[in-house]
Design a protein around this ligand. Sequence first.
Ligand code: GTP
Ligand code: MG
Length: 195
Amino acid sequence: MVIKNVNLETVCGITSVLPDNDKPEIAFAGKSNVGKSSLINALMNRKSYARISATPGKTQTINFYNINDEMYLVDLPGYGYAKVSEKEKEQWGRLVERYLHASARLKAVFLLIDIRHEPSANDKMMYRWIVEQGYKPIIIATKLDKLKRSQIQKHVKMVREGLELENDSKIIPFSSVTKQGRDEIWEFVETELGE
Ligand code: GTP
Ligand code: MG
């Protein structure tokens, strides 16, 4: 995809009406701090258009990035942030569920997992949730640059087994530092969009 223009078009909080977009959407889910906003910046070739922070829980809204007036990249709020109250967690869940359930133009959902760690109970729940809404999650194993080359295969296997992925499910290792994996993600998105 040649990025001509990007625009953070809609920001939805827990009480917002979700947009009825007429262009396809690709969503990114994952625990807080896993690198969703960093990935979206990398895909858009922007350094810091999507806000990134060392503090987890930065993105608490659903952010719709309009790409070239052709499609949307959708940054979902991260889960599993310990300092958030139970009530906020519940509201988060409802917002994300509402979105996954209601979006008519959602084409694919990527689930980001930190390649260094075994998937958590929340990761497994999110995976099942996406499946239950009728999508086949594509796994992006983030922060690839934090591993030695020799460790990568072992960790990809750990993520695959932790989520109990079927053998044909895709895992794309990615680093927002080196941008490794970026082209593969775009290729996948373009295939989904039928280009
Ligand atoms: P929330 O908005 O809290 O849900 O987090 P997020 O998933 O959007 O994560 P974000 O992109 O804000 O990144 C969190 C932290 O991880 C930041 O300090 C990033 O710089 C760092 N980070 C993200 N991706 C990578 C990566 O591929 N490699 C390394 N080394 N650091 C990364
Ligand atoms: Mg974020």
